[in-house]
Design a protein around this ligand. Structure first.
Ligand code: COI
Length: 355
């Protein structure tokens, strides 16, 4: 794929203090864009100065939410080089999301090449500070000016980059999670497995009510019986019960997280007992009452490994591991971040170098 490059004439100052980046507020100098038109396919691949996009007020994405996205990161290693973590998995999943949302597929090899070219151009924006990285957001949205409901004929694929720190302001300190009893995130046959804007929009009401009670995130239960644990929305969820590492199986309403998949591989390689299975919130509460709920943690690109210190389910508040990160979560965090930042050798072939 040929990529036209238009460099900015007015580069921005890089963040002065990389310990205060926050998450997703700052954007680099350039972005990648390509267009899709029925009959022409994906075309006009270009890297241009980061800036506003002009859209018709009738653009279909604004009305019916035909949009999908991905999230991954570029990491700075000790020798100054830059690397990505399993980017092929993101573009593979992007095509799964495209299919669900009736968006034309992308050529995975081409967009990976585009991403590498963009990250190479923006190399100096990859943070040098421990714990900080360059968050990468590829996304596709429908642009046809039309207010009828049908799949669009015109789309834009965009990649923007954001130097970022921890997703949760608590960093590696445990998060407080509210088990949602009223709302649901996804249903069987719905879009739960796709990375599409609607799944996040639908989560906001529950998240707002959880915030009002001083909880950071919501743990979603299944959309039918509200009995089985699904995911947190910004991350997948893991429980360590009596030495067994358990995460809900992928039933179609849970996002197939790339960090989730990597953690499963990692724990298996350590010879741990690992299960992807249905787990009810009753089972979690029972394990807690019996003193067997050793650890709870979330996994995600943005969230990395986030220990959970409190789970509130109705009137029951479970404090996990004395509200401290547990040894398994810590070991997984150290190994995952070690591989990502290149301080630990990658035995799995997960790392893709930018050169
Ligand atoms: C990610 O982890 O990259 C995501 O896309 C989750 C999002 C809520 C930040």
């Amino acid at each position: 794929m040929e990529i036209r490059i238009e460099r900015t004439a007015t580069p921005k100052a890089k963040p002065a203090d990389e310990t205060k980046l926050g998450f997703g507020h700052i954007f680099t100098d350039h972005m990648f864009i390509m267009n899709y038109d029925t009959g022409l396919g994906w075309h006009d691949a270009r890297i241009v100065p980061f800036g506003d996009i002009t859209l018709s007020p009738a653009a279909m994405c604004l009305h019916y939410g035909q949009e999908i996205f991905e999230g991954l990161k570029a990491y700075r290693t000790a020798d100054g080089s830059v690397q990505l973590f399993r980017p092929e998995e993101n573009f593979k999943r992007m095509n799964v999301s495209c299919d669900r949302m009736v968006i034309p597929p992308i050529n995975e090899a081409d967009v990976l090449e585009a991403l590498k070219t963009l990250v190479k151009l923006e190399e100096d924006w990859v943070p040098h500070t421990e714990g900080a990285s360059l968050y990468i957001r590829p996304y596709i949205f429908a642009t046809d000016p039309y207010v009828g409901v049908r799949p669009a004929d015109h789309y834009m694929f965009v990649i923007i980059l954001s130097p970022s720190g921890a997703y949760y302001s608590t960093g590696l300190n445990p998060v407080k999670i509210y088990v949602e009893k009223k709302y649901v995130r996804a249903v069987r046959g719905g879009t739960g497995f796709a990375k599409t804007a609607a799944n996040y929009a639908i989560s906001l009401k529950g998240q707002q009510e959880a915030h009002d009670q001083d909880y950071e995130q919501v743990l979603w239960l299944d959309g039918v019986e509200q009995k089985y644990v699904e995911e947190v929305g910004s991350m997948n969820i893991f429980f360590v019960i009596d030495g067994e590492v358990i995460t809900p199986e992928l039933t179609g309403s849970v996002l197939p997280g790339i960090t989730r998949k990597s953690v499963l591989q990692l724990c298996e390689s350590w010879g741990m007992k690992v299960s992807e299975r249905r787990i009810s919130i009753d089972e979690v509460a029972k394990a807690y009452d019996e003193g067997k709920l050793d650890e709870v943690f979330g996994t995600g690109t943005a969230a990395v490994i986030s220990p959970v210190g409190h789970l509130k389910w109705g009137d029951k508040v479970m404090e996990i591991g004395g509200n401290k990160i547990g040894p398994i979560s810590q070991r997984i965090y150290d190994t995952m971040t070690g591989i990502q930042w290149g301080t630990i050798e990658d035995p799995f072939g997960w790392i893709v170098k930018i050169d």
